[in-house]
Design a protein around this ligand. Structure first.
Ligand code: SF4
Ligand code: SF4
Length: 136
């Protein structure tokens, strides 16, 4: 998500949030894998869009009758191999399930793209503030 006007640019993927807002699927088409990743069953999914509305940061989205969410490529994320700058790491330690409670009001208000915008803006501004403090 590029916020060129603010000089902020960052990816938005599933954070495996603590609340798992998206997984209240009426068809039981969403499950959690052994890596904590969200897994979509294409046979059970009816593309109702409930999970898309439920994620407060726009990390799961329906497009062309398919539900897209980062599933860690089964443990070998392709984005890490593809990034020529080495800007992405796969951290299996640390806080694996951050709370997205502070974004929960975004859930039904906006479309996924708008939610991603709000998330990156807030995260980016906080990071910038921290960075400025560290370089003051
Ligand atoms: S609600 Fe969003 S961030 Fe949380 S598990 Fe689902 S897709 Fe991932
Ligand atoms: S779009 Fe599919 S996976 Fe998402 S809530 Fe609806 S049935 Fe479940």
């Amino acid at each position: 998500m590029n916020l060129y006007e603010m000089g902020i640019d960052g990816p938005v993927v599933c954070t495996q949030c603590k609340e798992r807002y998206c997984t209240r699927c009426p068809e039981d088409a969403l499950s959690i894998g052994s890596l904590g990743q969200v897994i979509v069953s294409p046979t059970l999914c009816t593309i109702c869009g409930i999970c898309e509305k439920a994620c407060p940061i726009g990390a799961i989205e329906t497009f062309n009758e398919i539900v897209y969410v980062c599933d860690l490529c089964g443990g070998r994320p392709k984005c890490i191999e593809a990034c020529t700058e080495g800007a992405i790491t796969y951290d299996t330690k640390g806080n694996k399930h951050p709370s997205l409670a502070k974004f929960k009001n975004e859930k039904n208000k906006k479309n996924p793209s708008q939610k991603r915008y709000t998330y990156i803006k807030k995260q980016g501004l906080e990071l910038r503030k921290k960075w400025r403090k560290g370089h003051a």
